[in-house]
Design a protein around this ligand. Structure first.
Ligand code: ZN
Length: 241
């Protein structure tokens, strides 16, 4: 069985389509595991929800998914994210709202726990350091946990003595140690590489392949500018920050 692991699509339809095409070219997958934040920031929230729903998939809720439907206060968002969130809310149709409303905070598949932020605090917490990862290893029961939210690919490994943060390799071999894995963001990468990020889990080979996919960034930026989304959100896609 092969599953694609996608996080933080953020209404970036060009990036999402490029990733889906790449998945097809690699022989396809049985299921998409989506780690939340389908919407927010980007120009095509409704189209991205529709496209995801056409795929066999499971998905957990992200902070932007909840904020867009009023399930979360946007007062803690920065002003740009809050602007985008208000705009996003207006774009969603009834079916989109119902779909986002129904997303769980946590899901389990095989030996994986899926959350958006962290197993301890699925909606809000960023796991970016070995310290925060260490505490979170106590908050899930499976061997592996998949997270998004920071938009930065990373692997956190629990060892006997400690917890280590590692760069996400192109091929991650799953072993006995427990891992928290962030595949990075499809629609708004923040690690200095503007290409869309995602991963494919291959159960038989027991590996996770990590990919970076070029997409038509200018197309997304043009559509964002046309909708009046904040310039800063448009510009950041150029360099992936
Ligand atoms: Zn996000």
């Amino acid at each position: 069985m092969r599953c694609a692991i996608l996080a933080d699509i953020h209404a970036n339809l060009s990036a999402f389509e490029a990733v889906l095409q790449d998945i097809e070219e690699r022989g396809g997958v049985q299921e998409i595991w989506c780690l939340g934040d389908i919407v927010g920031y980007g120009p095509d929230p409704s189209a991205c929800i529709a496209l995801l729903r056409q795929q066999p998939h499971i998905c957990v809720a992200g902070n932007h998914d909840w904020a867009a439907i009023g399930k979360l206060e946007i007062s803690e968002f920065n002003p740009y994210a809050a602007d985008a969130c208000r705009w996003t809310g207006v774009q969603l149709n009834t079916g989109d709202v119902e779909y986002l409303e129904g997303l769980s905070l946590t899901l389990t598949r095989d030996d994986f726990t899926l959350v958006h932020g962290s197993p301890r605090e699925p909606i809000w917490e960023y796991v970016t350091s070995a310290l925060s990862a260490r505490d979170n290893f106590r908050c899930f029961d499976t061997r592996y946990c998949l997270i998004g939210h920071s938009h930065v690919p990373a692997v956190f490994e629990e060892t006997d003595a400690a917890c280590e943060r590692e760069e996400m390799p192109a091929i991650l071999r799953l072993g006995v140690n427990r891992l928290i894995i962030n595949p990075g963001s499809v629609g708004q990468p923040r690690d200095g590489d503007p290409r869309a990020a995602y991963a494919i889990y291959d159960r038989e080979a027991n590996i996770i392949n990590h990919y970076r996919i070029p997409y038509d960034i200018e197309e997304t930026q043009k559509r964002m500018a046309a909708t009046g989304l904040p310039d800063l959100l448009v510009e950041r896609l150029t360099n992936g920050w």
